[in-house]
Write a protein that binds this ligand. Structure first.
Ligand code: PEP
Length: 244
């Protein structure tokens, strides 16, 4: 049985005042029946940790454990700050920083070695969707971004169509179902416990569409950007997942 996960990615948003969101979520969901994760900016990570049942995670990590990498953060540092998860390969990292599948696999491996769970993001662009190559792109990213050492305990996959992130556009439930079923079959073929790996959907999830998305087979939760910035927006998504 896969435990569901509601994950929030704050991206480059949030200052000290935003810690109130984590406190409010912890108060509203003291004993959730799903895992709840907030990935704040690194500046808030240590202070966001330790709020009840709300786990915290990084948004990226370096593949090395330490060294001359100005501005970067290692998985060990995230762990030291209280993180239990780290997002790797978010489409904004792939686009803004040119991250390759091989680099994402190396970062995910570093996460495992630090004892973190890697939330490895994959997803097609609009051109790829319209060109009919979605499943080929997904196959390439799955093959290249997930280390051989991945297990159901250390890895979560987030399927995030790039064209749905921050745009308000959401794939049909049929499109989500097709890709999630495809990912599940690839994970099951490759990993002995691939059936147990959680697969999240991400891309413009909000309170009004969460229940419909969570009813799709093989959707084990969501990675949520904009709608995770306020407790009033994220809390109903957590509740929808608990009720799915
Ligand atoms: C994301 O940042 O991963 C994301 C899915 O963003 P949004 O929910 O805002 O589309």
């Amino acid at each position: 049985m896969r435990r569901k996960l509601a994950a929030g990615n704050w991206k480059m948003n949030g200052t000290t005042d935003s810690l109130g969101v984590v406190a409010e979520l912890a108060d509203t969901h003291p004993d959730p029946s799903v895992d709840v994760l907030i990935c704040p900016p690194a500046t808030l990570l240590a202070r966001a940790a330790g709020h009840g049942a709300i786990a915290v995670g990084g948004q990226d990590c370096h593949a090395a454990t330490s060294g001359a990498h100005t501005g970067d953060i290692s998985a060990d540092m995230l762990k030291d700050a209280g993180a239990t998860y780290v997002i790797t390969g978010h489409s904004e990292r792939r686009t803004d920083h040119g991250e390759t599948d091989a680099e994402i696999a190396a970062k995910s491996q570093a996460a495992y070695e630090a004892g973190l769970i890697a939330v490895i993001c994959i997803g097609e662009t609009l051109d790829e969707r319209e060109g009919g190559t979605t499943l080929t792109v997904i196959d390439t990213q799955l093959a290249g971004s997930i280390p051989e050492t991945a297990t159901a305990a250390n890895t979560v996959i987030a399927y995030e169509p790039v064209w749905a992130i921050g745009t308000g556009k959401v794939p049909t439930t049929g499109q989500i179902a097709e890709v999630h079923a495809h990912i599940r079959s690839r994970l099951s073929e490759r990993f002995v416990d691939g059936d147990g790996m959680r697969i999240l959907y991400g891309g413009s999830v909000k309170a009004s569409n969460a229940a419909e998305i969570f009813a799709v087979p093989e959707v084990d939760g969501a990675l949520v950007g904009g709608a995770s910035l306020k407790a009033a927006d994220f809390s109903p998504i957590i509740s929808a997942l608990e009720n799915a």
